[in-house]
Design a protein around this ligand. Structure first.
Ligand SMILES: Nc1ncnc2c1ncn2[C@@H]1O[C@H](COP(=O)(O)OP(=O)(O)OP(=O)(O)O)[C@@H](O)[C@H]1O
Length: 262
């Protein structure tokens, strides 16, 4: 039986297996993330990092094992096989725990920054327009965009669009925030402004943050714990100064060495 919602970890993968055709992407994968922890996942291309996040967003199911978010099982046992959860109410409840920010900002182009942030609470949380927009304005100020409330995505830089996307995810008051390569599409001079917002969230909130990145600077700036993933397995994990500066596993060392040469 799973733990109750309050004492359960924010995220739990237990012996989770996931394949695409003949490709085994997660191989009896185990990971517990305590509430409030900021975890950064690094690893080579194709190691399964995005798949982990997609499973947590219930966009993918698993074949066996178990995945939980805030004590809710993401998969239903059905004929001995774990499947993605069925039923709209249940899906909505599970997804309500989670916010996600992607590499591509995915803002609605026909809506202003304010409307992009306010529309989720209006539709999903049934907030009034006045309430949703007041909260959206506060969030946009928090990410340094108080002067861009009426701007449309095309009038904003990539860094500004990504900060709107972070505010939009925060507006739904998730307990767990997932960040998938959120600084990878940005010019180097814009990375810092997005990272600053993420650092502020990391230090000033009790959000659980799960961050996938290829940028070790991002890992250093945010992580309580860095996890190195390869071929769907957790090869090494620990605080950033251990995993990034003094890795114990030869595979982690090779990966970091190759990054330094790149
Ligand atoms: N929908 C899909 N159908 C088939 N194969 C997929 C699908 N999604 C992912 N894969 C495969 O699963 C493996 C893991 O992909 P995933 O995107 O999770 O890796 P990743 O570590 O996030 O890679 P990257 O760093 O390049 O984004 C890869 O071999 C990928 O080709």
């Amino acid at each position: 039986m799973s733990a109750t919602a309050t004492d359960a970890p924010a995220v739990r993968f237990a012996a989770a297996c996931k394949s695409f055709g003949d490709t085994r992407v997660l191989d009896r994968f185990d990971l517990d993330i305590p509430r409030g922890e900021k975890t950064v996942i690094i690893g080579p291309s194709g190691s399964g990092k995005s798949t982990l996040l997609r499973i947590l967003m219930t966009l993918e199911g698993i074949e066996s094992g178990r995945v939980e978010i805030c004590g809710e099982t993401l998969t239903d046992r059905f004929d001995g096989v774990e499947r993605a959860p069925r039923g709209r109410g249940r899906l909505r409840k599970i997804r309500g725990h989670v916010g996600m920010v992607f590499q591509q900002f995915n803002l609605f182009p026909h809506m202003s920054a304010l409307e992009n942030v306010a529309c989720g609470p209006r539709l999903s949380l049934r907030r009034s327009r006045v309430e949703a927009e007041a909260e959206a304005e506060a969030l946009l100020r928090r990410v340094g965009l108080g002067d861009k409330l009426g701007s449309y995505p095309l009038q904003l830089s990539g860094g500004q669009q990504q900060r709107v996307a972070i505010a939009r995810a925060m507006a739904l008051r998730p307990e767990v925030m997932l960040f998938d390569e959120v600084t990878s599409a940005l010019d180097p001079e814009l990375i810092g402004e997005v990272l600053a917002v993420m650092r502020e969230l990391a230090s000033e909130t009790s959000l659980t943050m799960l961050v996938v990145t290829h940028q070790m600077g991002v890992a250093r700036a945010l992580a309580d714990r860095v996890c190195f993933l390869e071929n769907g397995r957790l090869v090494e994990q620990g605080p950033p100064e251990q995993v990034l500066d003094a890795p114990e596993n030869p595979r982690t060392r090779e990966f970091l060495h190759a990054l330094n040469l790149a």
